[in-house]
Design a protein around this ligand. Structure first.
Ligand SMILES: Cc1cc2nc3c(=O)[nH]c(=O)nc-3n(C[C@H](O)[C@H](O)[C@H](O)COP(=O)(O)OP(=O)(O)OC[C@H]3O[C@@H](n4cnc5c(N)ncnc54)[C@H](O)[C@@H]3O)c2cc1C
Length: 464
């Protein structure tokens, strides 16, 4: 008889991982600690409980990256998507669900599956030695006992308990006729590059107005139990602004060692720097701009920065309690812990963000583990798919810029390898927005074709 795979955590990722494993014909034991041990956010004993919003976000597979991820997951027989689809509530172009119906459906289908057993109880340390294939999907609120055990394996600094997220901007939305590339004091980095940063200049009036806006901007509150400590290295930008009007100018916005190539005679009063965030060079991180400002306030205030007036944000800033691994350093492309390859990780603990992304990584981990168990190992999905783009982010796509630089991310088009935009129709000058849409559609078509090949589906000939 095939030995079971153990999945720890019956949330979004663990439920999907267990389903994919079971569907592949491999027995699986799903360990969930609730209701015996709770978390600070979960309220029920249901599997795949949605702890906050009831939305899976946009369902538009043509022009929205999370919609494309939905489409790919449906193609892979996702339990989370099927249960979401079956429990929809009206939400325009978004997929929103009745949370109780959704969780009940996931729980019932897993309970009814012949290859699944559900074990209630905390895994309060490293998994037993005879569990030779384990998927850890314990989420942002992994129990302290298991966190400590993982920390023992990975070492200090490899497991974070809070995220400190700075906004990330799509390169092609930065106005380079205002911003310029240069490293401070033209310092050449280890890669031989003296133009590693994108710099956005501010004069004194702009800086003063910016500081005022940060102080006045609407902030999110911490939840009572979050108790997030402010480390000096990652103070929210608005907290720094509150400490003194010059603090930012001597911190993340210092103007020194930089010359504006568009106006070399004028010294900027302050400079916002962006650093390349992914190996593809499509995403740029606003250095030092972690924040508790509400998303609307962030968009409004950060678009007053010269050069970022038209910024499209791949991710906005935040600060939360969140347990996650430094996955690019710790995991291989099979999502296995290099230090102990019997352990695979899935879900938010790998450094993705959101219900759908967490379930997506569960889906991949389940398939990889089942294939390995059956002696027919498979590669992770190709990087041109939304599923593969997520694996790319957590296993190497992110450029390491020192401690704390790897932060959780939602799926977005900046994680996909670029694609040449399809030609515009003869005689018609497509607006910039249309060109952007055409590019997203092309990325989606490529993704679904490549996913089909990964799934071993026959290639369909294009209709004549
Ligand atoms: C307060 C809060 C609000 C959020 N709001 C949103 C939102 O609105 N939208 C969104 O998309 N995302 C939101 N998120 C992120 C959300 O948690 C993740 O997107 C998603 O739930 C993560 O899925 P997961 O499977 O990785 O973890 P979870 O869904 O949290 O599942 C992990 C499971 O593991 C169990 N567990 C933990 N430790 C152990 C152990 N040692 N032994 C056995 N079981 C264990 C837990 O009980 C839990 O059931 C929020 C997160 C938090 C903390």
């Amino acid at each position: 008889m095939t030995k079971p795979i153990h999945v720890i955590g019956g949330g979004l990722a663990g439920s999907e991982a267990a389903w994919q494993t079971a569907e592949a014909g491999v027995p699986v034991v799903l360990h969930e600690m609730r209701p015996l041990v709770g978390t600070d956010a979960h309220q029920t004993d249901g599997l795949a409980e949605l702890v906050c919003s009831n939305s899976f976000r946009s369902d538009d597979a043509e022009t929205n990256a999370v919609g494309l991820l939905h489409a790919e997951m449906r193609r892979c027989g996702s339990l989370i998507m099927a249960s979401g689809d079956a429990n929809q509530v009206p939400a325009g172009g978004a997929l929103a669900v009745d949370r109780d119906g959704f969780s009940a459906a996931v729980t019932a289908r897993l309970k009814a599956h012949a290859n699944v057993s559900i074990a209630r109880g905390e895994v309060a340390g490293l998994p037993a030695a005879d569990w030779d294939s384990v998927i850890v999907a314990t989420g942002p609120l992994t129990s302290p006992a298991l966190s400590q055990a993982i920390l023992g394996l990975t070492g200090e600094g490899a497991l974070s308990f809070f995220d400190a997220i700075a906004p990330i901007v799509h390169l092609d939305s930065i106005d380079m006729s205002v911003a310029w590339r240069q490293s401070r004091y033209d310092k050449v980095g280890p890669g031989g590059d003296a133009n590693a940063y994108i710099n956005c200049p501010m004069d004194r009036a702009q800086y003063e107005a910016f500081v005022d806006a940060l102080i006045a901007g609407e902030k999110s509150e911490f939840r009572e139990w979050e108790n997030v400590p402010y480390f000096d290295g990652c103070l929210p930008i608005e907290v720094m602004a509150e400490r003194g009007r010059e603090t930012l100018r001597h911190g993340p916005m210092k103007p020194f060692g930089l010359t504006n190539e568009h106006d070399p005679q004028v010294k900027a009063y302050a400079v916002v720097q962006l650093r390349q965030d992914n190996a593809l060079g499509t995403l740029w991180n606003m250095v030092g701009f972690q924040t508790k400002l509400k998303h609307g306030a962030q968009t409004e205030i950060f678009r007053t920065i010269p050069g970022l007036e038209g910024a499209v944000f791949a991710r906005l800033g935040g600060l939360h309690r969140n347990t996650f691994l430094n996955s690019p350093r710790l995991l291989d492309r099979q999502l296995r812990l290099k230090a102990d390859p019997r352990l695979r990780f899935a879900g938010q603990v790998t450094g993705v963000e959101g219900y759908v992304e967490s379930a997506a990584v569960g889906l991949i981990a389940g398939r990889l583990a089942a294939a390995e168990r059956l002696g027919r190992p498979i590669a992770a999905p190709p990087p041109t798919t939304a599923l593969g783009a997520l694996v790319g982010h957590i296993t190497g796509g992110h450029l390491d810029a020192g401690a704390g630089s790897f932060q959780p991310m939602n799926i977005n088009y900046g994680l996909f390898p670029p694609i040449v935009a399809p030609p515009r129709p003869e005689g018609k000058r497509a607006a910039r927005k249309d060109a952007g849409r055409a590019k997203k559609r092309a990325i989606g078509q490529r993704a679904l074709a490549d996913l089909g090949a990964w799934l071993g589906e026959p290639v369909l000939e294009a209709a004549e």
